[in-house]
Design a protein around this ligand. Structure first.
Ligand SMILES: C[S@@+](CC[C@H](N)C(=O)[O-])C[C@H]1O[C@@H](n2cnc3c(N)ncnc32)[C@H](O)[C@@H]1O
Ligand SMILES: O=C(O)C(=O)C[C@]1(C(=O)O)C=C[C@@H](O)C=C1
Length: 242
């Protein structure tokens, strides 16, 4: 049985910053499904892109892996020999649960779970790199260096799949997309209090960029082919090919 997310259901007197602790890890599959429009479509597409882009004897990275949903989908869809998946997160609570989630499925593909800050790891011999709703939590000043490191670690023809919450440069459209996202959350059973408390808790820790900024930055670090392949309201996913 999956635990339901009630983290922001009761009034919280001293609302701190959102963090990926034990409580969040426990309800995370329910939280992300009910909070991110298109999440399951994106996970499925990560599997499809793995089949296309994985190269023999290369490494696949799931950066900010949480419970390993993208890792599992990559592992299920990997057809090339000699590959391994490196799944990285800096939350011990997430990684502990990721290990037991992944152990529930049978697979011959080796997976290494690593507890580290993404800004400190090495990326090399990579054919597929996934940043699924993680870059938005990285210090904005460190994003370009991280993307540049990913670009350098990718083999020619390798792919980065970058999913993010976006802001829109057009203020009217921005407000519309935020409202539609809140409607999506209401339709998934979140109350006004849950929506507003989570919004406040995320304010200091999640800083989304516009799709235009993402594209320009990905091109600047060297990616030759960059575009959005999916968007639902203010959430979307981009593909960047070396
Ligand atoms: C929204 S979740 C990612 C969801 C996950 N990729 C999926 O598809 O289910 C963001 C994750 O990034 C991790 N994270 C945030 N900042 C990080 C950093 N600097 N280094 C490593 N992991 C980080 C968090 O602990 C959290 O598990
Ligand atoms: O904007 C929100 O309300 C969100 O819930 C977004 C978001 C995300 O995009 O990562 C934030 C934190 C949780 O991990 C799940 C979803």
């Amino acid at each position: 049985m999956q635990s339901k997310d009630h983290i922001f259901a009761a009034p919280i007197a001293q609302l701190g910053d959102f963090c990926f602790d034990q409580n969040v890890a426990e309800v995370f599959p329910d939280m992300i499904k009910r909070s991110v429009p298109g999440y399951s479509n994106i996970i499925s597409a990560i599997g499809m892109m793995t089949t296309r882009f994985a190269q023999p004897d290369s490494q696949l990275y799931d950066l900010g892996c949480s419970l390993g949903a993208a890792t599992q989908e990559m592992r299920r869809n990997l057809t090339q020999p000699g590959c391994r998946i490196i799944a990285v997160d800096n939350s011990a609570a997430m990684l502990e649960r990721a290990a037991s989630h992944l152990a529930a499925f049978k697979s011959d593909v080796p997976v290494t779970l690593t507890e580290a800050d993404l800004c400190d790891i090495e990326i090399d011999n990579a054919s597929v790199v996934v940043l699924n709703f993680t870059l938005q939590f990285i210090d904005p000043d460190k994003r370009e260096a991280l993307l540049s490191k990913i670009y350098r670690g990718l083999k020619p023809g390798g792919v980065l799949i970058l999913s993010e919450k976006f802001i829109s440069a057009d203020e009217t459209v921005n407000e519309l997309l935020i409202d539609l996202h809140h409607d999506f959350k209401r339709a998934n059973g979140y109350s006004e209090l849950e929506i507003s408390q989570k919004r406040t808790a995320l304010e200091n820790v999640m800083r989304p960029d516009t799709p235009e900024l993402h594209k320009t930055r990905l091109k600047r670090v060297g990616f030759q082919h960059v575009d959005l392949w999916f968007q639902c309201f203010n959430f979307g996913s981009m593909v960047a090919i070396k």
